[in-house]
Ligand binder design. Structure first.
Ligand code: FES
Ligand code: FES
Length: 161
C-alpha cells in the first residue's frame, strides 16, 4: 500500500504523519494522533459520531474521508473548541440544556451544530432537525439537542445578553 507524508493542522497544531492510501481521517485522528474525542460509531457514514470540521466550519465524516486527501488542511475536533478555559457557546448550550446523556454522539453533534449555525445563524426547528440528519443519538435525546441548538443560536447572536 502506498504511503503518504502529510501535514494536518489539528486544533491549531501542525502534525506530520505518514498514512497509507486507505487510512481514514478518523483512524488517523484517533489512532495516530490521539484525538479520541472524535468517535467511531458505524464507520460507514451513517451516524455522524466521527464528524469533524475542515478549514473552519465545514463538517465532514472522518470515517468517509481519506487522510491523504486532507494534506495541508485544518481540522477541528471537539477537543479544540474551548479557549482560555471557556467552553465554546455551543458546548455550553448543550450542557445547560441537559442535551447530553451518554455523550457518545455529542462531539459530532456539537461540531455539526457549529457548521449549521455558520451557514444559518437563526435556524428554525425544522432546519435544525434537517441539519442534524446524519447525526444519530442512540440515547434519543433529540428534543433536548434541538433546544440546545436553538439556545446556542441565541447565544451566538447575542440575544438576551
Ligand atoms: S463513524 Fe462516521 S458516520 Fe458513523
Ligand atoms: S447522548 Fe448518548 S448517543 Fe447521544
Amino acid at each position: 500500500m502506498k504511503k503518504h507524508a502529510i501535514t494536518l493542522t489539528v486544533n491549531g497544531e501542525e502534525r506530520d504523519l505518514i498514512v497509507s492510501s486507505n487510512r481514514t481521517l478518523l483512524d488517523a485522528l484517533r489512532d495516530d494522533l490521539g484525538f479520541t474525542d472524535t468517535k467511531y460509531g458505524c464507520g460507514t457514514g451513517e451516524c455522524g459520531a466521527c464528524t469533524v470540521l475542515v478549514d473552519g466550519t465545514t463538517s465532514i465524516n472522518g470515517c468517509l474521508t481519506l487522510a491523504a486527501t486532507m494534506d495541508g488542511r485544518s481540522i477541528t475536533t471537539a477537543a479544540g473548541l474551548a479557549h482560555d478555559g471557556a467552553l465554546h457557546p455551543v458546548q455550553q448550550a448543550f450542557i445547560d440544556n441537559d442535551a447530553i446523556q451518554c455523550g457518545f454522539c455529542i462531539p459530532g453533534m456539537v461540531l455539526k451544530t457549529i457548521s449549521i449555525l455558520a451557514d444559518n445563524p437563526r435556524p428554525t426547528e425544522d432546519e435544525i432537525r434537517h441539519g442534524l440528519e446524519g447525526s444519530i443519538c442512540r440515547c434519543t435525546g433529540y428534543a433536548k439537542i434541538v433546544e440546545a441548538v436553538q439556545d446556542a443560536s441565541h447565544r451566538m447572536a447575542g440575544v438576551g445578553e
